[in-house]
Structures are given as structure tokens and as C-alpha cells.
Write a protein that binds this ligand. Sequence first.
Ligand code: GAR
Length: 202
Amino acid sequence: MLSLAVMGSGKGSNFQSILDAIREGRLEARVACVLSDVADAFILERARGAGVPAIHVDGAPFKTKLEGVAEDRVLRILRDHGADSIALAGFMRIVKPKLIGAFRHRMVNIHPSLLPAFPGLHAWKQALEYGARVAGCTVHFVDEGTDTGPIIVQRPVGVLDTDTPETLHARIQEQEHLAYPEALQLLSAGRLRVEGRRVVRV
Ligand code: GAR
């Protein structure tokens, strides 16, 4: 059974899919706490609504990374809430080695592309502009690179000629909401072994 900290900066639809999967018995986990670097992010409101501790962590003085005082605060909060794993769910800051090292192979991220294609920001837009015919999403362990960690689950999404960034992202999100609980359940059940950069299911 995972004791999960969910970290996000936005609307928290992936967090919702995790909660739903727990309620429906598809994911053996408890959500220990939800953290956001954005004070008014909807993910915090969802957490409060679900009775989950919801905590804002100010990332200052940095804008795009989680380091220094804020990183130490996150580590303290995770310890105080008994979190043994982290799910990054639309967390828009780069996590740094101290946190990554403390949760090696216990921190996962969801990314809106079929990695290693289109790492970084607005991946669905990158795929559309590139002319990719297949987009998708990836759940992976977090390592020190940007969207480079060992891949756990991927789900493809066909690109339509009529797609806009919004319509493509919406279809990718439908697949994210299936992929994330599936990947977390594999972790929860102890079925993932990392061999080099490959994840093997045991
Ligand atoms: C998701 O599409 C997720 O893949 C993406 O942010 C969105 C968060 O949505 N993450 C990244 O782009 C990370 N590089 P949500 O707040 O509704 O879960």
C-alpha cells in the first residue's frame, strides 16, 4: 500500500483520477498529502474537498525549480505526513537532486508525450507542430534529467488533422487518467524493478 504525496501546480485532474482509482479499488494507496507551489491551484481545493491535507509551498526565490528552503520544507512535510512515494501530477517546477535522491524509484511523473519525444513544456503542442501522427502520455520514474527517467507506462493517442492543441491535450488527458493509476498500482504491488534505464515488471 503506497502512502502517496501528490504534487501539482494546476487543476489536478490527474490527482482526481488517482483518488477515483483508490475509491474504486483499482489502486492500493492512500494520499498522505497534496502539495502545490501555486496558492490558488485547483488541485489544493480538490484535496480539501476530499479531506486530504492540502499544503501550499512557496517556491521563492526560484521561479522554475524546487530548491533550497522550499525543497527542505517539502521534505519535512513529506516526512511529517508519512509519505513514502511521490506522484508529480502537473507539477511545473524542476525537482532537484536532494528530493530525487531521497525518493529514488519512489517518485513518478506523468508527461503528456511519448517520451523520449517532446520533453519539456507544452509537449502536446510540440507534437502537433512537429507533425507527429501519434502523441500520447508517459509515466516514468523521476531522475536528474528533464523527463528522462525510466519509463513505466505509455499510452498512445492518434493525432487528427482537425486537432488543435486543446483538443489533442484533452484526448491525451483521458489516457493520462488511465495510465497514472495503472503505473502507481504496479509500484504499489512491488511489480517494478529498474534495470539500468529499463523498468522490468516482476
Ligand atoms: C498533465 O497533462 C500533465 O501531463 C502535464 O500537466 C498536466 C496537468 O494536468 N505535465 C507536464 O506537462 C509536466 N511536464 P492536471 O493538473 O489536470 O493533472
